[in-house]
Design a protein around this ligand. Structure first.
Ligand SMILES: NC(=O)c1ccc[n+]([C@@H]2O[C@H](COP(=O)([O-])OP(=O)(O)OC[C@H]3O[C@@H](n4cnc5c(N)ncnc54)[C@H](O)[C@@H]3O)[C@@H](O)[C@H]2O)c1
Length: 265
């Protein structure tokens, strides 16, 4: 059990889904975001912080003994926004952690680091990255910083290439990519408990019938996802038009990010 966990990006979709579960892994939680959070539980406190503000991030990280880093831009956006949230913000977080005793970090990376692999390819975490967006490139940067900071400074990180983390799957792609908040929480628990984490990359995905990713390199974590998107399969198929197998958004793992225009065009 952690004494104090820092959750960045706490006001976002994933942060809000994880919040009610965090008492399973931490005695107290510092929630941080640009957007204020008012409905605080007794174990929570809120600190507003822009991740691009170096001294703000230094104070935020000081005194915590684990970090779940969700904060930043979570979809394709113009590069200057991505640079502030996901490049500078990520760097500030790692520098703050290095100065504050290296609390372990669970970094919310993304399947968009590898979105240009086809859905009929099964890849593991050692496959070369093939980002499908500027956003995906920023997550590759984050994983690279995590790798450097472990090899050079001993900062441990679990980089979780999240598939689609929502309370329920929403479309046919999520039959393969869905990651339940409950499975994410149990994965975070493993990351903070395992004796040696190093810098490990894992695909954040539930125990879905349809699987594109091989997590065998992270088997030492002993993590067992329990949820399965197949439970919603019939309902989703009944509500959606059949996929066009020639659509690049269906051919490639990154879905719509693969076909999205450059955000500055
Ligand atoms: N939801 C998913 O399925 C999914 C999939 C892959 C990766 N991820 C990653 O997981 C994380 C959480 O995703 P989400 O869906 O909750 O995203 P979200 O956009 O709902 O939440 C992100 C939060 O980060 C905050 N933020 C943005 N820029 C910031 C800055 N400069 N300083 C401080 N806070 C800032 C936003 O205010 C927001 O509340 C993101 O890093 C995202 O890239 C999510």
């Amino acid at each position: 059990m952690l004494k104090t966990l820092l959750l960045t990006g706490a006001a976002g979709g994933v942060g809000q889904s994880l919040r009610p579960l965090l008492s399973q892994i931490a005695e107290s939680v510092v929630l941080s975001d640009l957007t204020p959070i008012k409905d605080l539980r007794p174990s929570e406190r809120f600190v507003a912080c822009d991740l691009s503000d170096r001294s703000g991030v230094d104070s935020l990280v000081n005194g915590v003994d684990g970090i779940i880093h969700l904060g930043g831009i979570s979809v394709e956006k113009p590069f200057d926004q991505i640079m502030q949230g996901n490049i500078l913000g990520l760097y500030n977080l790692y520098e703050a952690a290095r100065a504050a005793g290296r609390p372990r970090i669970v970094f919310a990376s993304s399947n968009h680091t590898i979105g240009f692999y086809r859905r009929d390819e099964r890849i593991d975490s050692q496959a070369p990255t093939r980002p499908d967006s500027l956003y995906g490139v920023s997550k590759v940067f984050g994983e690279a910083v995590a790798s450097l900071y472990f090899d050079k400074f001993g900062q441990e990180t679990l980089s979780v290439r999240i598939g689609s983390c929502f309370p329920e799957p929403r479309n046919t792609r999520m039959m393969a990519t869905w990651f339940s908040p409950r499975d994410f929480l149990s994965l975070c628990g493993c990351a903070f408990e395992t004796p040696r984490l190093g810098h490990t990359i894992i695909y954040g995905v539930s125990d879905n019938d349809e699987q594109w990713w091989d997590n065998s390199h992270a088997a030492f974590l002993g993590w067992r996802p329990r949820d399965n998107a197949a439970h919603w399969r019939r309902e989703i198929l009944s509500k959606t038009a059949p996929d066009d197998p020639n659509d690049p958004a269906v051919v490639y793992q990154g879905g719509g990010f693969v076909t999205a225009a450059h955000p500055e065009d």
